[in-house]
Design a protein around this ligand. Structure first.
Ligand code: ZN
Ligand code: ZN
Ligand code: ZN
Length: 371
């Protein structure tokens, strides 16, 4: 699998006339070789020439964590007094070589800046031009890893909807911590976020859960996600949003929720191979506009998901990219009324030859949870 990805990456580099790919911290590296660099002040960098052997430059103290894959790369550990930037510069030709380099989008600026001074003749490009389109199209093992993560997140939401997660009288932060530990208990390796937004706080889509105490008769928006390891040890993400009501809610909110639910269902149904990513956004937006909520749907409809929570393809107005089988993404329209309430409904979907494949199956109704 990793060998196949490396072949695909090299072919894409050749297409774009790139000589060397440089990957450091961030999701490209684990996706490509199964090793995730520690986000440290010490440099970790895979030096992958379009032809020839790849080398993983790694701090000597991190080397024991690397699963050696001689078929994929050779290991070049460096000591505390060595200069890893110079090592990388030498590997790509050194000095004024006119090499075309693609560097990982998340690489610390301190290393990019130092590499740029060490390689004044090089031209610099973003690695995501190579890795983004490849990572966006999931193979069957990746889809199964996403499905397992989705099922685990579904079980946490199922417990929430069943009233097993106490809400009334607790703070958003307490409920967020509870949902996070449930994500771990259900098999996630780590929690990426747990948004718990009560009442008026739900009008802020990425609200940070705080000391606000949850009261009866309001809506609580919960948007949770974590990373679950696949059999190859690579992490794949979950991401789901459900709203629950702690009692009776105003008819305005139920009306809005019904509109949201049907807009989300229509957008999911539209997420077919051959539809553009922006076209799916247009469906959700048109439905909410018809229902009178268009102005209050203030973000894009969705984002790709994989080793990263947000990646290509983005379901946003203007994205003409056509969906292909294996694209995995969220469909998450929302309606936000500042100062009063907010609603969002989010599922992960995979585009397949047989239509959209939903990875989240837990109920989508606005459940009343009086606990
Ligand atoms: Zn978000
Ligand atoms: Zn989400
Ligand atoms: Zn999302």
């Amino acid at each position: 699998m990793f060998a196949h990805r490396m072949e695909q990456v090299r072919a894409a580099m050749a297409d774009r006339g790139l000589d060397v790919l440089l990957l450091s911290v961030g999701p490209d590296l684990p996706w490509l070789i199964g090793y995730e660099a520690m986000p440290l002040e010490r440099l970790t960098m895979l030096v992958l020439p379009v032809d020839g052997q790849a080398t993983l430059v790694v701090p000597a103290l991190e080397a024991p964590r690397v699963v050696e894959r001689g078929d994929l790369f050779t290991l070049a550990p460096f000591g505390e007094a060595d200069d890893p930037v110079r090592m990388v510069a030498t590997m790509v030709g050194g000095g004024s070589t006119r090499v075309r380099l693609a560097v990982g989008d998340r690489t610390w600026a301190r290393f990019v800046v130092d590499l740029q001074s060490a390689l004044p003749g090089a031209s610099w490009h973003r690695a995501s031009t190579v890795t983004g389109p490849l990572r966006a199209v999931k193979d069957s093992a990746e889809i199964e890893a996403l499905r397992r993560a989705g099922a685990a997140a579904d079980r946490v939401i199922g417990a929430l909807q069943a009233g097993e997660v106490a809400l009334i009288g607790r703070t958003e932060a307490e409920v967020a911590a509870d949902l996070g530990s449930r994500l771990i208990a259900e098999g996630h390796a780590h929690v990426n976020f747990t948004i718990v937004a009560a009442g008026e706080n739900a009008a802020s889509p990425h609200h940070e859960p705080g000391s606000r105490v949850i009261r009866p008769d309001e809506v609580v928006l919960c948007d949770i996600g974590g990373t679950m390891l696949s059999e190859d040890g690579v992490g794949y993400c979950s991401d789901i949003t459900r709203c629950v009501a702690t009692g009776a809610v105003e008819s305005e909110i139920s009306t809005a929720y019904d509109a949201l639910r049907s807009a989300q269902a229509d957008a999911v149904a539209a997420a077919r191979v051959g539809t553009s990513a922006g076209g799916v956004d247009a469906v959700a937006r048109a439905r909410l506009t018809e229902a009178g909520f268009g102005e209050r749907f203030i973000h894009r409809t969705g984002h790709g998901i994989g080793v990263e929570e947000h990646e290509d393809p983005y379901l946003v107005r203007g994205n003409e990219e056509l969906l292909v089988a294996g694209h995995a993404f969220s469909v998450e329209p929302g309606i936000y009324t500042p100062g009063r309430w907010g609603l969002r409904l989010e599922d992960i979907v995979v585009a397949t030859a047989n239509g959209p494949d939903l990875l989240n199956l837990v109920g989508r109704e606005l459940m009343v949870v009086e606990s």
